[in-house]
Design a binder for this molecule. Structure first.
Ligand code: HEM
Ligand code: HEM
Length: 178
């Protein structure tokens, strides 16, 4: 496979995370502001559930990536662009773990039990009332913006490949061709 594509599972997981993130940001920006006595119900409960699902899917995705062959970048891609794309992908993976875990920590500090799919209770990462756990709510929001900016750079990169460089990079993550 000279200029291979990602395998089918990697593609499905990539686009699943994209869809879940769109839902997650829509929920986050619609849900009521979270205050001291807010209860994790309705849209906030959805935010916790979808966020934990993203964390779970990312864990599966990382494990899958570790045991699959990742296609090498196009041979004629310059070293700086190669580095930028590698760093961007690394950041996206990192942020997609750090962000939900910060939310999880903040939820526990608020005394909320975080559940997977709204059912399976997850262990508490910090005790209820934890001061630094509360602070992580602000950090969670900032990191969400950093994720958005990084994803924006990533999408710009995909479009740059497709329309300026006119190489086959975008096709590596689209259905078809292996
Ligand atoms: C990738 C997944 C996630 C994304 C993109 C995300 C995004 C966001 C955003 C944008 C906000 C700010 C909402 C606003 O402007 O009012 C927010 C708030 C919040 N999120 Fe998440 N979140 C994610 C995962 C989680 C998880 C897994 C949890 C808990 C289990 C969680 C708990 C919270 C809480 C408690 C707040 C309110 C924080 C505060 O106001 O102090 N989030 N999230
Ligand atoms: C319309 C939106 C998007 C497009 C067109 C797109 C396209 C692509 C393409 C073409 C690749 C393969 C790059 C290569 O072959 O070197 C890729 C990889 C990747 N994308 Fe996206 N993407 C989009 C949105 C996102 C979003 C929102 C995220 C996460 C926030 C994301 C995370 C990743 C990651 C982590 C990789 C690296 C995969 C790996 O090497 O395991 N993508 N994307």
């Amino acid at each position: 496979m000279a200029n291979g594509t990602y395998n089918a599972v990697a593609k499905v997981l990539h686009w699943l995370v994209v869809v879940l993130l769109i839902v997650q940001f829509a929920v986050a920006w619609t849900m009521p502001d979270v205050h001291r006595d807010t209860k994790p119900v309705d849209l906030i409960a959805w935010h916790l559930s979808v966020g934990m699902t993203i964390l779970l899917v990312m864990a599966v995705r990382l494990a899958w990536r570790a045991r699959s062959t990742v296609p090498p970048p196009p041979a004629d891609l310059s070293a700086p662009l190669r580095a930028v794309s590698r760093i961007t992908h690394f950041l996206l993976y990192g942020l997609l773990f750090v962000l939900p875990i910060l939310g999880w920590i903040n939820a526990n500090a608020r005394g909320w039990t975080v559940r997977l799919f709204g059912m399976i209770p997850m262990p508490s990462l910090v005790s209820s009332g934890s001061g630094w756990g509360h602070d992580m709510g602000d950090v969670h929001q900032i990191v969400a913006w950093i994720l958005l900016a990084t994803a924006g750079l990533h999408v710009a990169g995909a479009l740059y490949h497709q329309f300026i460089l006119k190489d086959a990079t975008l096709a590596r993550m689209l259905p078809g061709r292996g």
